[in-house]
Design a protein around this ligand. Structure first.
Ligand SMILES: Nc1ncnc2c1ncn2[C@@H]1O[C@H](COP(=O)(O)OP(=O)(O)OP(=O)(O)O)[C@@H](O)[C@H]1O
Length: 247
């Protein structure tokens, strides 16, 4: 489904490559976790796959389509949930979602039904007509998620969808994503929550310094490491315990 070949990215102002000669295949219907320490290159890789930035070299295809040849088809095929909220604070939840739906050519009663059903599913129907500026972080994350799935993408990219949300919101988000996956959506997500990734992901890749370190099913990775009891143990033995601060 997603075939990545020798992809590299070096930002103009950066000294080093943020993603370096990375090869990866992500199969259809996977819940695929991109894991790695701060600055590993996770957001850069997701941004490349969503064509928000251009690779320095290398290539990738999604469902056999490339941005060079099939830009519009790919736009319909994928959904993107960015790390930052991409919402209009002074519009209501419903108005925001109507706007995002219309960007994908959706309108009228069918758009309204989709919005209301997703709002209900994510526990937000009662807040449909309230302005986004009154919403908590967890509520905004859920609206951000709805905005990205109204056009029913086959592949959904999420950059840390559960960061900064309480356990209740996190559980609702994870259940919603599992439900989407059961209906056939391939999910690629980044996270620092290794417990969450261990139970949620069908496969994970650990990246560090822009390179792929290891990939596999969480339980296989854990059983391959003698001393590891969980994914965090695997992660620490591969990426070390040192801090990754840099400016
Ligand atoms: N626009 C940019 N210009 C220059 N360097 C950048 C830019 N964006 C990211 N980088 C650098 O690229 C590297 C990878 O960053 P990236 O945000 O992809 O990592 P990450 O794994 O998503 O990190 P985090 O977990 O902290 O979000 C870092 O060294 C970062 O400083």
């Amino acid at each position: 489904m997603i075939q990545i070949e020798q992809i590299s990215k070096k930002y103009k102002t950066a000294e080093n490559y943020s993603v370096s000669n990375l090869d990866l295949f992500i199969a259809e219907n996977e819940i695929f976790g991109l894991l790695g320490p701060n600055g590993a290159g996770k957001t850069t890789l997701i941004s490349l796959l969503c064509s928000l930035i251009k690779p320095t070299s290398g290539s990738f295809s999604i469902d056999g389509l490339t941005y060079q040849k099939n830009k519009n088809q790919l736009k319909q095929l994928i959904g993107i949930v960015p790390q930052e909220y991409a919402l209009y604070p002074t519009l209501t939840a419903f108005e925001n979602l109507s706007y995002f739906g219309s960007m994908y050519g959706l309108k009228g009663k069918s758009l309204e039904t989709k919005i209301n059903s997703a709002l209900e599913h994510l526990g937000l129907l009662a807040f449909a007509n309230k302005n986004i500026e009154t919403f908590s972080g967890g509520m905004k994350r859920r609206i951000n998620l709805i905005a990205s799935i109204l056009h029913e993408p086959k592949v959904l990219f999420l950059d840390e969808p559960t960061v900064g949300v309480d356990v209740q919101s996190k559980n609702v988000i994870i259940e919603f994503l599992q439900d989407l996956n059961k209906k056939g959506t391939t999910i690629i997500y980044t996270s620092h929550h290794l417990n969450e990734a261990e139970s949620f992901c069908t496969k994970v890749a650990i990246i560090d310094h822009g390179k792929l370190i290891i990939e596999g099913k969480p339980h296989e990775l854990i059983s391959n490491y003698k001393e590891a009891h969980n994914l965090e143990d695997v992660f620490l033995s591969l990426t070390g315990k040192g801090l990754r601060d840099h400016a």
